[in-house]
Design a protein around this ligand. Structure first.
Ligand code: ADP
Length: 308
């Protein structure tokens, strides 16, 4: 059945060392990466829209053109005079990656500042995805605008998916970070957390504890990602299932493992797969993604023939 997915958050300009003295430019961000992988694997009668905010500058125009080139829609993205996209640089030293960010005044921070637009865009979607990073970049007022709209939509029976994606660097206060992540989960029907982050920031002693905590907050469906230890599913009252990770011959770059899992998992659920089948498929996609450099791996490189 045809449908539409909406992902909400920030896409940034990415600068990565290509060779000595040369930087390669790309575009990435957790919620955009998820939209990208959802688009790769959703049925063709589904649309994927991205909601962020950009400026009126040249870089913003290039970013929109790039997003569109991946098949993800940009129809609802407002252009804000005087603002520009956020930017980050990847440093590679002895095989270790580290990041510098310039995002404190990015246009995306204003993505929820027009409540009427927000309501219309969310109402038009069948599945809505957002993350803890989406919440981290917004002002407290904008967080409330977004979450109250999502809660309203959840009450109307729509699928609202939240990846806590906990990034303490983006929050000035740990208690506010935890409270806002919890509020995000309350507005969601499905939560896709990463166990390591949850254990570190919420003190969960086990994957079961993470599942129970998010279910108690009101998320009916939870899929806890645990890197090479696979994913654990609790969907409604179904039996709890563990889906092992798919083998990876050589881990090249783990960037976007979680995002590619999210996007392909949601795509297969939308196509009608059972949660276990969708998770097994998504584990194969994530394994293929971490065998390649970069957040957005081309479909050909993922050898989807073998995945399908
Ligand atoms: P995040 O990037 O959100 O922290 P994870 O690291 O848990 O997410 O990875 C998401 C999914 O990617 C896992 O559930 C698993 O299927 C796959 N994955 C991650 N790391 C590995 C690995 N080393 N080997 C195989 N699969 C992996």
């Amino acid at each position: 059945m045809a449908g539409s997915m909406l992902s909400i958050g920030e896409c940034m300009v990415e600068l990565m060392q290509a060779e000595a003295g040369l930087l390669r430019k790309g575009y990435a961000g957790d919620t955009f990466n998820t939209a990208y992988y959802a688009r790769l694997f959703l049925p063709s009668d589904w649309t994927v829209e991205y909601l962020t905010a950009v400026g009126t500058d040249l870089v913003s125009s290039e970013m929109l053109a790039f997003i569109e080139s991946t098949g993800v829609g940009t129809t609802h993205i407002p252009r804000i005079e005087g603002r520009m996209p956020g930017l980050y640089m990847i440093h590679l030293k002895d095989g270790e990656r580290s990041f510098s960010y310039w995002r404190s005044t990015s246009a995306a921070k204003l993505l929820a500042d027009d409540p009427d637009r927000l309501r219309a865009v969310i109402e038009a979607a069948d599945v809505v995805f957002f993350s803890g990073i989406t919440l981290a970049i917004l002002s407290p007022n904008a967080v409330e605008t977004l979450l109250s709209e999502l809660r309203r939509t959840k009450a109307g029976g729509k699928r609202i998916v939240f990846d806590p994606n906990i990034r303490p660097r983006l929050w000035d206060d740990a208690a506010r970070m935890r409270a806002t992540i919890e509020a995000g989960a309350r507005a969601a029907t499905m939560v896709l957390p990463s166990y390591d982050d949850e254990a570190t920031h919420f003190g969960d002693a086990s994957i079961d504890a993470t599942i129970e905590r998010y279910r108690a907050l009101g998320a009916e469906n939870v899929a806890v990602k645990a890197g090479a230890n696979g994913v654990t599913l609790q969907f409604g009252r179904d039996e709890r299932r563990h889906i092992p990770a798919a083998p990876v011959s050589r881990v090249v770059d783990t960037t976007s493992a979680g995002d590619s899992f999210n996007g392909s998992f949601l795509a297969r659920l939308a196509a009608g797969d059972s949660p276990a089948d969708a998770a097994a498929f998504a584990a194969r996609v994530a394994a293929a993604v971490i065998g390649h450099h970069g957040a957005l791996v081309a479909r050909e490189k993922l050898m989807v023939d073998q995945i399908d």
